[in-house]
Design a protein around this ligand. Structure first.
Ligand SMILES: Nc1ncnc2c1ncn2[C@@H]1O[C@H](COP(=O)(O)OP(=O)(O)OP(=O)(O)O)[C@@H](O)[C@H]1O
Ligand SMILES: [Mg+2]
Length: 273
């Protein structure tokens, strides 16, 4: 099967995109799938933990080359990262006369790597710009981590309806096969009244409910929805590059009871189970 391309996106900052991208890339590699990780965000939050973990080959090419170099090719290895560069990614948005070229290069890059990898995972910057648009145009799947604030919920409308990079616009103008996997609430603390209220809003309003990731096709209770709880372990994972399932003690329990079922379902929805 050709590589399936997954973009993690949400124009809102700090909602767990990079954390989820790291987890998915590491999880697929751990499952023996060939993974190419592309960091389209100059903050480098996807790259850093992957590099620190030492489990992937860091490509000689930085991710900006996916946009600018029509011949860019990743190394031949089971788990490869093309990391962010410091400046070029940021400058792409300032070159509107080259947008078509950038998007075409990204699309062709994915086709060129269709046989070399099973999954290509893209972390994006918190914006709705040419980087995000190019990623969506070249993707098979899109997943949106969300946090439980009212402000974040109202941002969901943009994620779908933005006339330039909204998922609906991308699907109808550029990429009919793009499949929205769903929204994944992260940093959930059900002891917190606001979190509970937002979860209620999400699950109660059909427009939101049908866009949440679920364990079953017909969810009937809160437990049928995927979510990641607020845990301090995420920050230390990020800093140390540790892989959750290799840790002992509480982290191991968090992995097997909360995170592994979420990863398994995401893999299953992308045909990797
Ligand atoms: N489930 C969680 N529990 C606790 N903290 C978390 C969780 N998920 C992510 N975080 C923390 O929240 C912060 C923001 O996460 P992250 O960097 O993944 O967000 P982002 O959407 O990629 O941000 P940006 O928009 O800046 O790229 C990080 O410090 C991360 O460690
Ligand atoms: Mg990020």
């Amino acid at each position: 099967m050709p590589a399936r391309v997954l973009t993690i996106t949400n124009q809102k900052g700090g909602v767990g995109k990079s954390t989820v991208a790291v987890l998915i890339a590491q999880y697929f590699a751990y499952r023996g799938l060939r993974v190419l990780a592309l960091d389209f965000d100059s903050q480098g939050d996807f790259s850093r933990p992957l590099i620190t973990s030492g489990k992937c080959v860091v490509s000689k090419l930085t991710a900006d080359k996916v946009f600018t170099d029509p011949g860019a090719t990743a190394e031949d290895a089971p788990f490869v990262l093309m990391r962010e560069d410091n400046q070029v990614l940021k400058d792409l948005e300032r070159q509107p006369d080259r947008y078509n070229e950038f998007a075409n290069n990204v699309r062709r890059f994915m086709r060129r790597h269709a046989e070399a990898f099973d999954f290509i995972v893209i972390d994006t910057n918190p914006a709705q710009d040419i980087r995000v648009l190019s990623a969506l145009v070249a993707s098979d799947f899109v997943l949106a981590p969300i946090t439980l604030t009212k402000e974040a919920l109202s941002g969901i409308t943009n994620l779908f309806n933005d006339p330039r990079t909204g998922i609906l616009a991308v699907k109808s103008h550029f990429n009919r096969k793009l499949e929205f996997l769903g929204m994944l609430p992260v940093m959930v603390d059900e002891r917190n009244a606001i979190d509970r209220e937002c979860l209620g809003l999400l699950m109660g309003a059909p427009a939101y409910r049908q866009r949440l990731l679920t364990f079953v096709d017909e969810p009937t209770s809160g437990r049928d929805f995927l979510k990641l709880k607020h845990r301090t372990i995420w920050r230390s994972m990020h800093d140390s590059g540790a892989v959750l399932w290799e840790l002992k003690g509480d982290a191991r329990d968090v992995w097997s009871s909360e995170v592994e079922p979420v990863m398994q379902r995401i893999a299953q929805l992308m045909g990797a189970a």
